[in-house]
Design a protein around this ligand. Structure first.
Ligand SMILES: NC(=O)C1=CN([C@@H]2O[C@H](COP(=O)(O)OP(=O)(O)OC[C@H]3O[C@@H](n4cnc5c(N)ncnc54)[C@H](OP(=O)(O)O)[C@@H]3O)[C@@H](O)[C@H]2O)C=CC1
Ligand SMILES: O=C(O)C1=N[C@H](C(=O)O)C[C@H](O)C1
Length: 242
């Protein structure tokens, strides 16, 4: 299969270029970055395109890819429910499959799955995510997706207990789908996340660390293979794991 990469000079994009070049069933059709015309994808016969640009660029790229029958595998963060609905609409309209994957690392995906499983058993839950200081968005896409899974699993249950009345500096974190999320940006981190659950007389902590961007590559290659044989929109790698 012929695969294009957008954001190919970036931290993730350059790692994806290496991974595609190393995959026996894939050929790198085009490696594009800022200023390169998207037409190069169709000229090079790309069937799928992996997008690791930035939140401000990704929607235009995805619309273009879908309208030109190039299947997008989107790794860029910042996908709220509205963006997902828009991409689903384009995918349905064009009959072209797509994938939006908030986190390609198997460990992070399992953490999210376990958080969804645990959520209904605990009255309290908070998310702490930590990333390298060059990340431009907060909270992380992974934290947003995790919060959504926790909120879905807790539908109909009481709100988290919290007596805070005064918090002018938002020390209690951002509320994403009602779940407090705390974002750390610090040298030495690639991508880490913890979910803290609290119950009467007990605590459960789920913790995951990506220490190298190689951790995302098996998931990227899996998503490319799957988007080539599926229809519609896939959201999250969880759907693609056995
Ligand atoms: N889903 C997942 O598992 C993961 C997702 N991410 C997400 O991926 C995204 C990229 O992260 P990262 O690689 O660290 O970021 P980088 O800033 O290192 O890379 C982004 C690259 O995209 C380029 N770019 C920006 N706009 C365009 C455009 N319109 N067309 C083509 N290229 C463009 C940038 O160029 P320039 O610098 O010139 O602007 C840069 O080379 C982020 O949203 C991040 O959160 C990251 C890791 C894992
Ligand atoms: O910017 C990053 O580095 C990462 N971004 C994604 C996110 O926002 O969740 C995935 C991973 O956490 C790394």
């Amino acid at each position: 299969m012929r695969v294009g990469v957008l954001g190919a000079s970036g931290r993730m994009g350059s790692t994806v270029v290496e991974a595609v070049n190393g995959a026996e069933d894939m050929e790198l059709a085009a490696a594009l970055d800022h200023g390169d015309p998207l037409e190069k994808l169709t000229e090079a016969g790309a069937e799928a395109v992996v997008d690791f640009t930035l939140p401000g660029a990704v929607m235009g790229n995805t619309e273009w890819a879908l309208k030109h029958s190039v299947r997008p595998v989107v790794g860029v963060s910042g996908f709220d429910a509205e963006r997902i609905a828009t991409v689903r609409g384009w995918s349905e309209e064009t009959g072209t499959a797509a994938a939006v994957i908030p986190n390609f690392s198997i460990g992070a995906v399992l953490l999210m799955r376990f958080a969804g499983q645990a959520a209904k058993y605990f009255p309290s839950a908070e998310i702490i995510e930590a990333h390298h200081p060059r990340k431009i968005d907060a909270p992380s896409g992974t934290a947003v997706h995790t919060a959504r899974m926790i909120a879905q699993a807790r539908e109909g249950l009481p709100e988290f207990p919290d007596a805070t009345e005064c918090d002018p500096d938002h020390s209690r974190g951002a509320k994403v789908d009602g779940v407090p999320v705390h974002a750390v940006r610090a040298t030495g981190y690639v991508a880490s996340q913890q979910v803290w659950f609290g119950g009467e007389g007990e605590r459960l902590t789920l913790s995951h660390d990506s220490t190298d961007r190689g951790s995302f590559m098996p998931g990227v290659l899996l998503a490319v293979r799957e988007v080539m044989r599926r229809e519609g929109l896939v959201v999250g790698l969880d759907e693609l794991l056995d």
